[in-house]
Design a protein around this ligand. Structure first.
Ligand SMILES: [Zn+2]
Length: 230
């Protein structure tokens, strides 16, 4: 069906951007993971301290297995830190723990972009699951434009989700840095190190959104027009 598809370069560019971002965050994280914080607090200690400082009493902190699997679950009110973050006293670990606390604070204050992001999860999952199959069926049914456009629309839901994720992630890091800047967990020289780790982590979300945008652009270039003459 497709003999030569130059738009595939868009996918490759997206892949390179994502790989570069992920290698940058890994390098940055591991660099600052070798700096012990002067307070000697672990990620878990820092998380508990920040939560109580923020007036949050109903969120539990637990350690889970895996590398950089840290997350906050608003449904269960559990802040999960990967073992390396939970038990490490490094500046990077405290930064990651503080970022997850940022999400707990967002939940606590009903930060609306976070609510919107949660509401978009089912649509985004449906979109990324069904868009390509529907486009393929549309192409096979002698370019059924209705099906193809539905497929492209579903794919754009996945992009929408990633775009809404950006302010939520940036905001969580901003909250984390603000809390850490008061000097009780990190020293003034350690805060810029955490900022670098959190900026690097945020870049991976930007790269993911950019790569999804390039894939959407490719779908539009390939299938977006009316192919009445084909
Ligand atoms: Zn986050």
């Amino acid at each position: 069906m497709f003999f030569f598809d130059p738009t595939y370069f868009l996918v490759i560019i997206g892949l390179i951007i994502s790989m570069a971002a992920s290698s940058y965050v890994n390098r940055t994280f591991h660099h600052y993971d070798s700096y012990r914080s002067q307070s000697n607090q672990t990620g878990s200690d820092a998380a508990r301290f920040i939560l109580s400082q923020s007036g949050i009493q109903d969120v539990g902190v637990q350690a889970i297995s895996g590398d950089l699997t840290d997350n906050y679950n608003g449904q269960t009110k559990v802040l999960s830190l990967s073992e390396s973050t939970a038990n490490s006293t490094s500046v990077a670990a405290i930064g990651v723990a503080a970022h997850e606390c940022g999400h707990a604070v967002q939940d606590h204050v009903n930060y609306w972009p976070m609510r919107l992001r949660t509401a978009l999860v089912p649509a985004a999952n449906l979109g990324s699951m069904l868009s390509l199959p529907i486009i393929i069926v549309g192409v096979l049914l002698s370019y059924n434009t209705t099906l193809i456009h539905i497929g492209i629309f579903l794919f754009s839901l996945a992009l929408l989700f990633q775009l809404v994720t950006l302010p939520v992630e940036f905001n969580a890091s901003r909250r984390a840095l603000k809390i850490l800047s008061d000097g009780q967990v990190l020293t003034p020289t350690e805060v810029p190190m955490v900022r670098k780790v959190l900026v690097a982590a945020a870049l991976t979300y930007v790269a993911a959104a950019l790569s999804t945008f390039l894939q959407l652009l490719r779908l539009v270039l390939l299938f977006g027009g009316n192919r009445d003459n084909d």
